[in-house]
Design a protein around this ligand. Structure first.
Ligand code: FCB
Length: 483
């Protein structure tokens, strides 16, 4: 490890550096210019759903501060920027003609990026489903996939070839399993059979959207972003190995297999057999739609997972792991797994373990077992206990160290032959972190929520230099002084 962190490394020419954000987390202005309600408006305004009752009503106030934020991006100097489009700004009720004012905001964003020499990377769905569609059943209903393809066609036609990379969905696992299985995300339901049906319809929406973008544009680059990770058994006991395999099935293979192999994993089909409506929503031809050719895979990675079988918590403890006694997730409970923590590992403010070797292992697995398509790291980053000091500075060496370590992990995968084409840091700005509200800060830029004022953290200047030299120096983790 010491070696890997002290070496200077250079990324391939043309490597696409960027930051990533999502509409509901930064935009605010939820009632502006005809925007309709999304499931996250409803969820965040429901008592007890988010920390402190925080909502995205104002968030980072990006909608009103677009020009200033574009200038921040220019100052960072990254050649790319990943943002998401709020469906309820385009179609306030999830169907019908495009709302011109909503579309104009994204036209301004895209042309503002192009004017500054930044390639726009657009995510069509980052969790903000129009509430009217949820009222009709949301992702549990097939119709939502069809509506998504229509919405996608409108956006693709309007923004056209100005968009460099199109990402259909962000982390459909979260939409389906956090949204309909755990209830920690909007719409806050807890029924595994509905989560299975939502998974299928989200994947169907993805496949249909790929078709819609290809039909609308000349030669677009289209992909999907998945939240993938490694699931390592706590011990080599068969029960732990089986529990880790099931967790991998639920989060990784349930999405990768249909996208790359046009099939659902047999063990998952069996596991969820009794959960209704579940896989009963699958129709002939769906897997061909889902397996539509894509041009790249987007990977979001934050932390690896170590899994013990639920019956073996005592043995896991004896093997030296920290075992979280109450497992809050009905999804993991049903899978018979228990997430355990490796004691010596640092954790971020989210409580997520920092271990970048998981990223290298994941990337190598994807290339070996699924596809040699180009990969973009579409999210990676760390929430840190940031604060503004008396000199109005935010020193965030832990974030710098986290990014440095993960970039080295990406570079190791490239050296091992994986075609990683870019890296988007989560996130440009501090923002509304879903159920955690404003309590977690991931930004390179501090946002003072009451005033909306922006302040560059040390990591901003550090990342700017990484981008400028297209790599890391031997002393990569040294914290720069902002003059
Ligand atoms: C990912 C989400 C993103 C952000 C980060 C921390 O799962 O895609 O919106 O919340 O986690």
């Amino acid at each position: 490890m010491a070696d890997a962190t002290s070496r200077s490394i250079t990324f391939p020419e043309g490597f696409l550096w960027g930051t990533a954000t999502a509409a509901y987390q930064i935009e605010g202005s939820v009632a502006a210019d005809g925007r309709g309600l999304s499931i996250w408006d409803t969820f965040s305004h429901t008592a007890g759903r988010t920390r402190n009752g925080d909502t995205g009503d104002v968030a980072s106030d990006h909608y009103r501060r677009l020009e200033g934020d574009l200038d921040l991006l220019a100052a960072l100097g990254a050649p790319g920027y990943r943002f998401s489009i709020a469906w309820p700004r385009i179609q306030p009720t999830g169907k019908g003609p495009a709302n011109v004012e909503g579309m104009d905001f994204y036209r301004r964003l895209v042309s503002g990026l192009r004017d500054r020499g930044i390639a726009p990377v657009a995510t069509l769905y980052h969790w903000d489903l129009p509430q009217s569609l949820e009222d009709a059943g949301g992702w549990v209903e097939r119709d939502t996939a069809e509506r998504f393809a229509e919405y996608t066609a409108m956006v693709a036609t309007a923004l056209g070839d100005e968009v460099e990379l199109w990402i259909t969905l962000n982390e459909p696992w979260c939409s389906a399993w956090a949204g309909y299985g755990e209830g920690s995300h909007a719409p806050g339901q807890r029924q595994l059979g509905r989560a299975v049906a939502a998974t299928h319809h989200l994947l169907l929406a993805h496949g249909a959207a790929v078709g819609a973008i290809r039909a609308a544009l000349g030669s677009p680059q289209v992909g999907i972003t998945l939240n993938l990770t490694t699931f390592t058994p706590a011990t080599d006991h068969p029960a732990d190995v089986a529990a880790a395999r099931r967790a991998d099935g639920n989060q990784n293979r349930l999405f990768l297999d249909p996208i790359f192999n046009k099939s659902y994993p047999v063990d998952m089909l069996e596991h969820y057999q009794a959960n209704q409506p579940g896989f009963a929503v699958l129709r002939e031809g769906d897997l061909d739609t889902i397996g539509a050719r894509i041009d790249f895979l987007g990977v979001n990675y934050y932390s690896p997972q170590t899994v013990a079988s639920r019956e073996r918590s005592q043995e896991a403890r004896e093997a030296g792991y920290n075992v979280r006694l109450s497992e809050p997730s009905p999804v993991a409970e049903d899978l018979g797994g228990l997430a355990v923590m490796t004691p010596a590992r640092p954790v971020t403010q989210m409580g997520w373990e920092v271990a970048s070797e998981g990223l290298t292992a994941l990337l190598v697995r994807l290339a070996r077992h699924y596809s040699e398509l180009p990969i973009y790291i579409t999210e990676n980053g760390a929430a840190i206990d940031d604060y503004v000091d008396t000199e109005r500075r935010v020193h965030d060496p832990e974030r710098i160290s986290y990014i440095d370590e993960h970039l080295r992990a990406v570079h190791s995968a490239i050296e091992a032959g994986v075609e990683v084409r870019g890296y988007f840091l989560w996130s440009l700005l501090d923002n509304f972190e879903w159920e955690h509200g404003f309590s977690k800060r991931f930004g390179l830029v501090w946002v003072d929520y009451p005033s909306g004022e922006r302040l560059l953290k040390d990591s901003f200047e550090w990342f700017r230099r990484v981008i400028e030299r297209n790599g890391l120096t031997a002393s990569g983790r040294e914290v720069p002084t902002i003059g």
